[in-house]
Design a binder for this molecule. Structure first.
Ligand code: FMN
Length: 185
């Protein structure tokens, strides 16, 4: 698939099958992630890839946090188990480099996330970026072993698309033309 075609046809795939995703495919996605642009080559990211028993333990941590917050633990648990794989993209800002600002680290990590989504689309996988409450729940952070200053930039839910979803339309966007001023053209 051409790059432009991948960009223009990618869509989030909220529902995927429970068919496992091969590890080499996830490795390919992560190789794409680390090609993202980043200022001063800080590479402000790391990845935790969950499947099988590890995904269930993640779901348990989310459910425990939800229960402590007075929410339905089973709902949280089932959200965590919506796809056979979650790629947790962790942002680790390099605050000690004065020339690199936090926003630059966010941009770099966002680009890494998008690389994963585009590469997944190119490989025929279904992916959706979510943050939601899991990104902030202390029980989840503890379970994942996040250090102070590290952020869950995104949870990419990954699997194989369902056959019946093939024809779903893209989500709407405002035309770039109506958001753009052309000056000096
Ligand atoms: C940083 C970020 C966090 C997001 N978190 C969620 C989320 O928690 N739940 C959700 O339903 N969509 C979330 N989204 C939106 C979806 O990933 C998706 O981009 C949106 O529904 C538009 O659909 P599309 O990707 O098919 O164009 C998030 C998007 C971004 C960029």
């Amino acid at each position: 698939m051409e790059t432009y075609e991948a960009i223009m046809t990618r869509r989030s795939v909220p529902l995927v099958t429970d068919v496992p995703v091969e590890k080499w495919k996830v490795e390919r996605l992560l190789d794409a992630a680390v090609r993202a642009p980043n200022h001063h080559l800080t590479q402000p990211w790391r990845f935790i890839v969950l499947t099988g028993r590890a995904l269930e333990e993640f779901a348990d941590a989310w459910a425990t946090g939800a229960q402590r917050e007075g929410k339905d633990p089973e709902a949280a648990r089932s959200k965590a188990l919506r796809a056979p794989v979650i790629i947790c993209v962790v942002e680790r800002p390099k605050g000690h480099l004065p020339k690199v600002s936090d926003i630059e680290e966010h941009h770099a990590t966002g680009a890494a996330l998008q690389n994963i989504l585009l590469a997944a689309h190119d490989m025929g996988l279904g992916a959706m970026m979510r943050t939601g409450p899991a990104a902030h729940i202390p029980e989840v952070r503890r379970h994942l072993g996040l250090e102070d200053g590290e952020l869950i930039a995104g949870l990419i839910y990954l699997g194989h698309p369902r056959a019946e979803d093939g024809a779903r339309p893209l989500s709407r966007r405002t035309d770039a033309a109506s958001l753009t001023e052309w000056r000096g053209w």
